[in-house]
Write a protein that binds this ligand. Structure first.
Ligand SMILES: Nc1ncnc2c1ncn2[C@@H]1O[C@H](COP(=O)(O)OP(=O)(O)O)[C@@H](O)[C@H]1O
Ligand code: SF4
Ligand SMILES: [Mg+2]
Length: 367
């Protein structure tokens, strides 16, 4: 049963282990996603942030069943999609689309981009024939700011920004309710990145879309997301409303990510949290709290005790028993650093509005 109060997507205890060959006959599970629970509300953006290798892409792929989860539940509008097969899976997938970092990986080099977008329209019976599909593709190209004569171009004839618009048009043409955006602008230079972020925001409002926005870039996440989940070694260590999570981070890992923002640490009030060493291998993650090998606040209890997400405020959860017990030193962000981040966001907004004006004045095709 679907009710309007229910989140669009509710994920519970999702796991994905890749068997990695570690000997002639031995395999060791690589715990790419290890017990993730999250929700995505209708019309909202959940940002997922974490270092490279923390499991963000695998999580995104599992949500759409592009990778098969090993365990857990992915309820889309109340229905668990993990057991779905064949036609039922295909029908459900239409409503959940993905945009990848580099659309070149997902565009067939031998197909024109018009045909690449037309194919799924025909496959899902959204268009009855090629002519109808082409008309629909034209409309979606127009929506994402691509001129109609681009339909007959091949992927290599387009710039990175234009290819990403094709990727977005293809996702949008399925009339999805949820789009997983995996580092959608990371491969683009900063001016093109700004126009695409802008486009994504406009499309979200226009089509009432929900987004899962995956990025390692905190500035992008702070600008795009309503809610943020921070991943470390396959697990979510902190999640909360964007403003609160960035201004009052509670987990040492989140604090360390914020400490790494360029310009941070120059003010005498700044007390950065710096982690020791490298991220451990997901083939052999530390027991107890996964951060204990690197965390400056670790105690013996951290080494033996599994951490679970617990609410520290309504809607703000943290997987650190010392944060929950209020044993960690208070974080500087409540004072000086909050203004640094805010200044960055304001700067980004100013930049975006300037770019918006430029784009309106220019032909979009030249972006
Ligand atoms: N198909 C795969 N087979 C084996 N290991 C994989 C596969 N895909 C991802 N991994 C591993 O899973 C971990 C998480 O990867 P990924 O989800 O790509 O992280 P992120 O997107 O955060 O960089 C990494 O250690 C990566 O090497
Ligand atoms: S549980 Fe301990 S090791 Fe883990 S983040 Fe908290 S203080 Fe650090
Ligand atoms: Mg990734």
């Amino acid at each position: 049963m679907t009710t309007s109060a229910e989140p669009l997507l509710k994920v519970e205890h999702l796991k994905k282990y890749f068997p990695i060959r570690t000997g002639m006959f031995a395999h060791t599970p690589l715990r790419a996603v290890d017990g993730v629970s999250l929700t995505v509300e209708r019309g909202k953006t959940l940002g997922i942030v974490g270092e490279s290798g923390s499991g963000k892409s695998t999580l995104g792929l599992c949500l759409l069943r592009l990778e098969e989860p090993d365990e857990g539940r992915v309820a889309f509008k109340g229905q668990d999609i993990v057991p779905l097969r064949g036609e039922h899976l295909r029908a459900m997938r239409r409503h959940m689309q993905m945009v990848f970092q580099d659309p070149l990986d997902s565009l067939n080099p031998r197909l024109t981009v018009g045909d690449a977008v037309a194919e799924p329209l025909l496959l899902h019976g959204i268009a009855r024939n090629r002519r109808e599909a082409r008309e629909q593709v034209k409309d979606f190209f127009d929506i994402v700011g691509l001129p109609a004569d681009f339909l007959d171009r091949y992927p290599h004839q387009l710039s990175g920004g234009q290819r990403q618009r094709v990727g977005i048009a293809r996702a949008l043409s399925m009339q999805p309710e949820l789009i997983v955006l995996d580092e959608p602008t990371s491969a683009l230079d900063v001016s093109v990145q700004a126009t695409l972020l802008n486009l994504l925001t406009d499309l979200q409002r226009r089509f009432e879309l929900s987004y899962i926005f995956i990025s390692h870039d905190l500035a992008v996440i702070s600008q795009q997301a309503d809610h943020v989940a921070v991943m470390y070694l396959g697990q979510i260590v902190e999640t909360g409303p964007t403003g609160e999570l960035f201004s009052q981070p509670k987990h040492p890992y989140t604090m360390s990510l914020l400490s790494a923002i360029p310009g941070f640490g120059q003010h005498e009030d700044h007390r950065p949290v710096v982690l020791e060493g490298e991220i451990p291998s997901p083939l052999n993650p530390p027991g107890g709290c996964r951060l204990h090998t690197r965390c400056p606040f670790a105690t013996d209890a951290c080494r033996s005790r599994e951490q679970v997400l617990e609410p520290i405020r309504p809607g703000h959860l943290v997987a650190c028993h010392r944060a929950i017990a209020n044993e960690l030193p208070s974080f500087w962000l409540q004072t000086s650093h909050a203004s640094t981040l805010q200044a960055q966001v304001l700067e980004a907004e100013h930049y975006l509005s300037e770019r918006r004006a430029q784009i309106t004045a220019q032909s979009v095709g030249s972006v």
